[in-house]
Design a protein around this ligand. Structure first.
Ligand code: SF4
Length: 314
């Protein structure tokens, strides 16, 4: 995460610079982080802040809350951390910590419980403004590193002395959720097909999950259509897992009218989802340069297999 952050702030060192950039430039810098709607919202919010607030994020809850992509949690976090104002910032991690701390038996994914926990979090804020920043960041760290979803590390927790779940020995069984999340699995076939040093690319709009992104030609199948064990290479979007199979030997005819041929240099300027970028970067440009006709049995295919193995490890 840190390299992505550093890369982003290097490219956009100020809100003004961000606001003046094209959306494609912002998405390109965000590539690999997922949740691209956040990048779009961030960009739109930067434009509003520069236009309406002279480039300074406002310090009032109702004004921050109106910015694109800013919910109660982010608004609370900005006010507490940047302005040291007494606002709670409660996300899934904080719901988990407080539900354990209180040994709450009510589902944390239901609105009344969330309201109750939010009020509780607000009542527990430090009274001294100078403590608000450290407190808010400390609770975020506690949720990420110690009061973890599956294996809370109670023995290292600064709250262990007063935590009801720890005292009752039920930390691992909390929080309770009303809806159990079922993960669905899919097979995604990605075609890496080249001709005369150019790669077949689908223009933006081909994948509704990534409306502004280019994609390598792909098709999504139900996992039951997969005859072998799912490949290890996968990516996930919320509660869906996509197992990847890379096909380099042919391109089905149905794509021929949709694709554009792109040279290696052009690929750098296009925005791709992280999985496509990984595939393009993992030695595949080398294959483009060699411009050999791929065949199922060629040395190139063996190179592709090793590229796939590297991707699995990446
Ligand atoms: S003592 Fe354990 S359950 Fe309680 S807040 Fe700390 S880590 Fe979470």
């Amino acid at each position: 995460m840190l390299p992505y952050f550093l890369n982003f702030v290097r490219k956009f060192p100020s809100l003004k610079r961000l606001a003046e950039s094209d959306e494609s430039e912002v998405l390109r810098a965000w590539e690999g982080l997922g949740y691209y709607r956040r990048a779009r919202n961030f960009h739109a919010a930067a434009k509003i802040v520069v236009r309406d607030f002279d480039g300074v994020i406002p310090d009032r809850f109702e004004l921050i809350r109106k910015l694109p992509g800013i919910g109660d949690y982010t608004a609370g976090a900005i006010l507490a951390i940047a302005y040291q104002k007494p606002y709670a910032a409660v996300d899934g991690n904080l719901y988990r910590i407080y539900s354990r701390y209180l040994a709450l038996r009510e589902p944390i994914d239901e609105k009344p419980t969330q309201k109750k926990l939010w009020q509780y979090a607000q009542s527990k804020l430090p009274t001294r403004a100078s403590k608000l920043r450290d407190f808010t960041e400390g609770m975020m760290d506690l949720g990420a590193r110690i009061c973890r979803p599956r294996d809370p590390d109670c023995d290292r927790c600064p709250l262990m002395g007063d935590c009801s779940a720890k005292k009752m020995g039920v930390a691992g069984t909390l929080p309770i959720k009303a809806k159990s999340q079922v993960r669905s699995k899919y097979l995604e076939r990605i075609y890496v097909y080249r001709k005369r040093g150019r790669l077949a690319v689908l223009p933006s709009g081909a994948d509704s999950r990534y409306p502004d992104f280019h994609r390598l030609p792909f098709e999504t199948l139900a996992i039951s259509q997969l005859k072998r064990r799912p490949a290890q290479l996968k990516y996930s979007i919320t509660n869906r897992d996509y197992f990847i199979e890379i096909i380099d030997t042919h391109l089905p005819r149905k794509y021929l009218k949709k694709i554009k041929w792109r040279y290696e240099q052009e690929l750098e300027d296009l925005v791709f989802p992280a999985i496509d970028r990984k595939i393009i970067n993992a030695n595949l440009l080398e294959c483009l340069r060699s411009d050999k006709k791929p065949s199922r049995y060629s040395a190139l295919s063996r190179k592709w297999s090793s590229a796939q193995r590297r991707l699995v490890r990446a």
